[in-house]
Design a binder for this molecule. Structure first.
Ligand code: EPU
Length: 439
């Protein structure tokens, strides 16, 4: 169990580098399973989620090798084999990746298994869209005590489908399954996040035929064989935005090398409106506090190209320092404001409401979900003892502790390693004042 003892009040300043996106790299690793030859994935960060997928692929006979100097992974799927359900369960831990292994494993072996899934506890996180998608392709879904078993006794066939909500994972499920299914697939209501576009680019390199049309329609013509790919993962726009918010909340100045403007334009607009300074360059983005008051904002999270749900939590810490009342309406997950309780203990004034406090009523209105937050600022933050609840909420707690006067003890920081590469080294490089306690 690792905890950090953070002495706050030091503006973070300096440079950090972001590498491949946590929300693309594991899916790109899964795509390698579809190839008949090895793949090479570059710009791979050293994060826990990559380790988990490496273990899961290894259990299925995929040889994964890492070249640390280059940050490259080679993935050789030529000896794919069945894995024991208990081993999958033991290695999946808190990852939701087993659900995305289903399509490629059904193609390769005719069967797949999903243990009870974890991931960050930010709502129910059901898998009904995924199961429906797989059934549409002709998969047989069987509930067992230990999880869900899938089989495809007659292979998988393309189909027409329409997602009730533009789910990132369910869109990836369709892509990873349809590319080698027999015939054509039409997906309506698809998610179009940059990570999905990067996955499509990878699949195209492998030989897939995918067309992205307007109005969230994706068409895929199945092909009988795909080969391996060579690809460099797009940079992590969630991590980049997190460091941006950390710069602003602590009154600092951080150059995020590798941050890509095109993938985070909505965040950059919001950052500028709240009063943050930006210097957008080809090789990265500088985020800084230009002095003076920060402005309150009204923000609604949404699917791409809207304001991402994963940008929300670090921004809320910034908004506690803005002069006036801000509103954040979370429309992607129903339960993503639990982290505000710790901020209130630190002196923030944040109220959460069941009503949709935004311009568009969302799926969670009138359903007892505390999914709108009203933040009154500026309120100086004071140190507190905090246990990290989930990845993004946890990073926002770190930012709050780094901004607060006094010494905060932050436990459960392992969770941060799921998505933030070498974050303690990066914090040290930015001048943060903290001590790591290994219990
Ligand atoms: N949903 C369902 N049924 C399903 C699938 C999703 O109701 O079968 C609902 C979810 O409960 C949620 C909404 O649909 O309310 C959107 O979920 P989505 O499927 O888009 O999310 P995901 O694929 O599980 C990925 C990222 C999340 C990110 C979301 C939205 C990964 C590994 N995770 O999750 O990232 O917030 O898309 O962009 O790619 C994070 O990085 O901390 C994180 C949680």
């Amino acid at each position: 169990m690792t905890s950090l003892r953070i002495t706050g009040g030091v503006p973070l300043s300096g440079q950090v580098t972001v590498r491949g996106a946590k929300n693309l790299v594991p899916k790109a690793m899964v795509a390698a399973l579809l190839g008949s030859t090895p793949s090479t994935l570059g710009n791979v960060p050293e994060i826990k989620d990559v380790e988990v997928v490496t273990d899961l692929l290894a259990l299925h006979g995929v040889e994964v090798n890492r070249d640390d100097a280059l940050g490259n992974l080679t993935l050789d799927p030529t000896n794919v084999t069945r894995a024991r359900h208990s081993d999958i369960d033991a290695h999946a831990g808190d990852s939701r990746i087993p659900i995305l292994l289903c399509g490629p494993l059904l193609h390769a072996l005719g069967e797949a298994f999903i243990p009870d899934l974890g991931g960050c506890r930010i709502g129910d996180r059901p898998i009904n869209y995924h199961l429906e998608v797989l059934r549409n392709f002709g998969a047989k879904v069987e509930k067992l005590e230990s999880g869900i078993r899938m089989s495809a006794p007659h292979g998988l066939q393309g189909a027409k489908m329409d997602l009730p909500y533009p789910s990132v994972g369910a869109t990836e499920q369709v892509l990873l399954t349809a590319t080698r299914a027999e015939g054509h697939t039409e997906l309506r209501g698809a998610a179009t996040e940059p990570e999905i576009m990067d996955l499509i680019a990878i699949l195209q390199k492998m030989g897939a035929l995918i067309t992205v049309q307007t109005d969230r329609v994706i068409r895929i013509e199945g092909v009988p064989e795909l080969t391996g790919y060579v690809h460099s993962a797009l940079p992590d726009r969630m991590e980049a935005a997190s460091w941006g918010s950390a710069a602003l909340a602590t009154g600092g100045d951080i150059f995020v090398a590798g941050a890509k403007q095109a993938d985070m334009m909505t965040f950059l607009n919001t950052f500028r409106k709240v009063g943050g300074g930006l210097d957008i360059r080809e090789d990265g983005i500088r985020f800084y506090h230009p002095g003076g008051d920060l402005n309150p904002l009204i923000v609604e999270t949404d699917v791409h190209p809207g304001f991402m749900t994963d940008w929300q939590q670090p921004l809320v810490v910034v908004l506690t320092q803005a002069k006036g009342v801000s509103i954040v309406h979370e429309t992607v997950y129903e339960n993503r404001f639990g982290f505000t309780r710790a901020l209130n203990r630190m002196g923030a004034v944040i109220q959460v409401h069941r009503e949709c406090l935004g311009s568009v009523p969302c799926r969670f209105g009138q359903r007892n979900f505390l999914h709108s937050a009203v933040i009154s600022g500026p309120t100086p933050l004071r140190a507190a003892d905090i246990h990290i609840p989930d990845l993004r909420g946890g990073f926002s707690h770190l930012i709050a502790a780094l901004s607060a006067e006094g010494v905060s003890q932050v436990t459960g920081v392992e969770l941060i390693k799921r998505g933030y590469e070498h974050f303690t080294d990066k914090l040290s490089g930015l001048g943060a004042n903290f001590v790591v306690d290994e219990a």
